[in-house]
Each structure stands twice: as structure tokens, then as C-alpha cells.
Design a protein. Structure first.
Length: 542
């Protein structure tokens, strides 16, 4: 009888040991074409990654990225090529990036990709945010970095939309002008744009006159414009006749319901524009869309058709139902049952108030470390701005006292002004405000304490605000599996949920050492060489 089990070793699955394979690849990325063209940031990222690999004994076998790709989505050409390579090669142990936001800014999706790679024996290393992802604390910190990168995107988007809305309300058009107009200063700021009528616009002016005089049909106008050198089809012409931009009025989805007087020159008068559209405009039937019994109407969509769900009342049962608008889809479900599933999802984001202070400190601590590099960059930009402003002042003074002539003055004044605008733009993009973060965290924690009950008991507007806040892309209903699914979740609520799960794993009375989540500001081997800085903090759990 055989007592040894060694001969059964071949049947045991092989374990992928993280850290055993020293082969690595480097991935670098910038967000815009302008950054890629200067190559400054890409070169810096590559240099730091190579130094990190050398100091840790990693063999760099391939490079990926090296171009501009927005990290708001993981559907990036170079990013997908890099993932395909490391997964298929079977001999890559590390992916090295400059910082986690260079890898991705998609929050929980980025965390999942990192976790999947880790299971395959591939570790993601960020040279300016080094954590030990093999430990529970390190994984938690890595997830926080991904979540804050997504949150930073959301803050920037809110800030950009606010600024754009203000400009629109002042009459500035912010996109490419429609057919018939040209922007003579498209590479300047929006407030300096010069949108004028071009040659095609002068011919379209005739088309508007023909239309208001009812001389010709749209088909005949298309033919006449063709003879004048304007190539346009009947559908496109119809869109021109219905676009208020041509009478000097701005309307946009960014500001629904608002009518704004534009700063550009109109092609047709407002009176004539309204006269043209008074007979042809379609007046849709008005339907009452708001119903307290159907708060997810238009917010929820069919997983199969991707169409928004509508709702209706079955009078004989006195029950409300949601249904898909697509004919033959048969996606139809009781509103009560969908609401029940939805509240279960909201329950998953509910945070025990006893963890509030701990979660808040962890999030603020991590965000502080994450933005150290950005704050340094912001300070450097302010220093550069002060220097260029001093140069402008000096050149103006020298011109005033006659030390230099007008040609030299204009040459350098123009040069310094361009540099100043570039620095101003960079400063606005690198500006960091922790006060907004604190307010957002407090609001999310207060709401998270009882979020499902607040949604259930709230009025229609309150329900809609909570829905949009937590799930900005809506929710999907999967008829086949009878399940409610979420595509995108507000990063703060995702982060709170992850933080609470990690805290629940710890025993009562055990402290979390924040230095487990430390960020290496300047890894060894970088030039100029500086000491590593690690924040230290300990929080006692109740």
C-alpha cells in the first residue's frame, strides 16, 4: 500500500507566484495631443519608470503607450494592446506606470482589471504611488487611488460644465459653428472667437429669403444652391431652416429650456425664422411624464434594447408596470418588484455611521497623498507665471522709456502673452480644492446612512436626485435574468462601500496603520535624489 502522496503532485494545479517573474513592461500615457507633441511628460514618465525598474531589478521587455489617450474609458487602442500582450505572453510579472491615473481613471473598473491581472501573477506598479498590493491594506489603498482618479475626473467635468454654462449664458458659442459660418480665431479662448458669415452663409441667406417668400420648395432650393456652388441635400437643408443659430439665438442640450441671444451675426431675422417654422414645426402632444409611482421611468432602460423604460397603469389591478418601448421586446415588469430590487442595490451602499470618521480620514489622507504631485506642479506653474508677468512688465517699461523700438516690443510682448495664456490654462486645470471633496464626502456619508429609506419615503424630485447622484448613467433591467443592473456608480459611493467592507474585516479594537497606505513621493534612484516621504497616522476602530 502506498503511503506517500508525492506521486499525486502532478494533478495539483500550479500556483502563479506574484513577484517571481522579474520581466516587466512600461506603459506611459498623456491625455491630449498637445502634451504628446511636446513629449515632455511622456519622456519624464518613461525615465522614471526605467529608473524604478532598474532599482528593483526588473527586466523591461516592452514599451506601450507613448501617445495621447484619454483614461476616462478603458476602450483605448494602446491600453488594450498592452493588456492583450501581458495576458498572452505568460512571462510578464509587472506593469510599470508613472502613477495609477496614467493606467486608468475608470474607478472600480480599473480596480477590477488590476485584480484580474494580479490573479494571473501580474502586479501593477506605480512608481510615484508605491503600495504593496499583495497585502489587504495595499489592495485597499490601490483601489482608493483608482477611485480618486475617477472622482477627480468628475470634479473637473463639473467645473468645466459650470464654466461653459456661464459663457453660453453670455452669448458665446463654444463649438464649431454650423454650415455658413467660420471661426476666424478658433485657436483662441471662446471669449475672443470671431464667428462670421462665410461664402456659403451668403448663399444660405438667399435660401432663407426664398423660403420665407414661399417661392420654391426645399428640393428646388437645393438645386438652386447647387448651381451657386453649395452642395447640400434636402435633409441637411431642413436642419438649417430649423436651427435658431441662423437667427442669432443659441439653444443647446447643456442648458435645456434656456434661450440665449448669441454674439454672432445672424443670417436671417428672428421674425422670418419664426415665419418659416410656424407652419412646418411639429407640435407634439404633451404627456404627463412625472408620476410618483414611476420614479424610474426614463431613468431605467432595457438591458436588451438599451431603450429607456416607460410606464403604465393596469386599472383593473390598480398596479403600475414598466415596459420597453421596442415593439416585440416583451420587457415588462411590475413597478413594485423593480423598486424592491432597486432598494436592495441602494442598501449595498448604506454605511454604518460608526465608521464615518474612519472612512472620512482614510479618504482625505489618501487624496492628500494622491495630489502631492499636482500641488507641486501648481506651485511651479505659479512661480513661472510670476516670472513671465515680470518679463511683460519689464518689456512694457523699456518700451515706455524708449530703450526698445515698437518691433522688438511687439515681438516679445506677443511671445510672452502666449506663454502666459498657456500657463493660465495649465493652472486652471491643475487647481485642487479639498474643501469640495470634504463637502462631497460629508454629503455622501450622511445620505449613505439611510439611503434606501430616504429614496422610498421621498417625493418624486428627491427620488430622482438620489437616482442621478448614485447612478449617473441610469440602471438597466435584465428581463431574462429578472435583475436590475448598474453600469456606472458615483465614485464616492463605490469608495465608501469598499472602505466599509475592509473595515468590517478588521476586529474591534484593532487599529489601521495609515503608513501601510503610504505613498512614495520620490522613489530611490530618481534624479535629483530626494528622501522618500511617508505619511503616518493610526486610527482606532470602535
Amino acid at each position: 500500500m502506498m503511503h506517500s502522496l508525492e506521486r499525486f503532485q502532478k494533478f495539483s494545479p500550479k500556483q502563479k507566484v506574484n513577484g517571481a517573474n522579474k520581466k516587466a513592461i512600461i506603459y506611459t500615457r498623456v491625455s491630449t495631443k498637445e502634451q504628446a507633441d511636446t513629449n515632455t511628460s511622456l519622456g519624464t514618465q518613461k525615465k522614471y519608470c526605467e529608473n524604478y525598474a532598474k532599482s528593483n531589478g526588473y527586466e523591461v521587455v516592452a514599451y506601450f503607450g507613448g501617445t495621447h489617450e484619454s483614461a476616462k474609458s478603458d476602450d483605448r487602442k494602446e491600453f488594450k494592446r498592452m493588456l492583450k500582450y501581458v495576458r498572452q505572453s505568460g512571462n510578464i510579472g509587472y506593469i510599470i506606470v508613472y502613477s495609477y491615473d496614467r493606467f486608468s481613471r475608470t474607478g472600480s473598473n480599473a480596480a477590477q482589471i488590476s485584480q484580474d491581472l494580479f490573479k494571473q501573477g501580474i502586479q501593477l506598479k506605480a512608481v510615484t504611488q508605491e503600495v504593496d498590493a499583495t497585502s489587504a491594506a495595499g489592495k485597499f489603498q490601490q483601489n482608493l487611488f483608482f477611485m480618486f482618479s475617477q472622482f477627480d475626473n468628475e470634479l473637473r467635468k463639473d467645473k468645466t460644465i459650470t464654466a461653459m454654462s456661464d459663457l453660453l449664458r453670455k452669448g458665446y458659442w463654444l463649438w464649431s459653428p454650423p454650415l455658413g459660418y467660420v471661426n476666424n480665431k478658433k485657436y483662441h479662448k471662446a471669449v475672443e472667437w470671431d464667428i462670421t458669415i462665410d461664402k456659403t452663409g451668403k448663399q444660405l441667406k438667399k435660401a432663407f429669403q426664398w423660403k420665407v417668400q414661399k417661392k420654391y420648395s426645399n428640393v428646388e432650393i437645393v438645386n438652386k444652391l447647387s448651381l451657386l456652388g453649395v452642395r447640400i441635400n434636402e435633409r441637411r437643408l431642413g436642419e438649417v431652416f430649423k436651427n435658431p443659430f441662423y437667427c442669432g439665438v443659441l439653444v443647446t442640450k447643456m442648458l435645456p429650456g434656456e434661450i440665449i441671444q448669441g454674439k454672432h451675426t445672424p443670417i436671417v431675422s428672428k421674425e422670418d425664422f419664426l415665419k418659416i417654422n410656424s407652419e412646418e414645426s411639429v407640435h407634439p402632444k404633451t404627456h404627463k411624464t412625472d408620476n410618483i409611482n414611476l420614479p424610474l421611468k426614463q431613468f431605467a432602460y432595457c438591458e436588451t434594447c438599451k431603450k429607456p423604460l416607460t410606464g403604465y397603469l393596469v386599472k383593473r389591478k390598480n398596479l403600475y408596470y414598466y415596459k420597453c418601448r421596442t415593439k416585440g421586446c416583451h420587457c415588462n415588469k411590475s413597478a413594485n418588484k423593480i423598486h424592491k430590487n432597486f432598494t436592495k442595490i441602494l442598501d449595498s451602499f448604506q454605511v454604518d455611521p460608526k465608521y464615518n470618521e474612519t472612512i472620512k480620514e482614510v479618504m482625505l489622507y489618501t487624496y492628500d497623498n494622491l495630489t502631492k504631485e499636482l500641488r507641486t506642479e501648481h506651485a511651479q506653474l505659479k512661480k513661472q507665471l510670476k516670472g513671465i508677468e515680470e518679463k511683460i512688465e519689464s518689456i512694457e517699461e523699456r518700451f515706455a522709456v524708449g530703450e526698445i523700438d515698437i518691433e522688438i516690443y511687439n515681438k516679445f510682448k506677443s511671445k510672452y502673452t502666449i506663454i502666459k495664456k498657456e500657463i493660465d490654462t495649465s493652472l486652471s486645470q491643475s487647481n485642487i480644492s479639498s474643501s469640495n471633496l470634504k463637502k462631497a464626502i460629508n454629503t455622501a456619508l450622511n445620505l449613505g446612512a439611510n439611503i434606501s429609506k430616504i429614496w422610498t419615503s421621498g417625493d418624486l424630485q428627491q427620488k430622482k436626485r438620489i437616482q442621478s447622484l448614485v447612478f449617473p448613467s441610469g440602471i438597466g433591467y435584465d428581463k431574462q435574468n429578472d435583475a436590475v443592473r448598474t453600469l456606472k456608480i458615483n465614485s464616492l459611493f463605490s469608495l465608501m462601500s469598499i472602505a466599509q467592507r475592509e473595515l468590517l474585516k478588521t476586529k474591534n479594537g484593532k487599529s489601521i496603520q495609515m503608513n501601510q497606505f503610504s505613498v512614495r513621493v520620490s522613489p530611490e534612484g530618481f534624479e535629483p535624489s530626494t528622501a522618500s516621504l511617508e505619511g503616518r497616522c493610526s486610527i482606532q476602530l470602535s
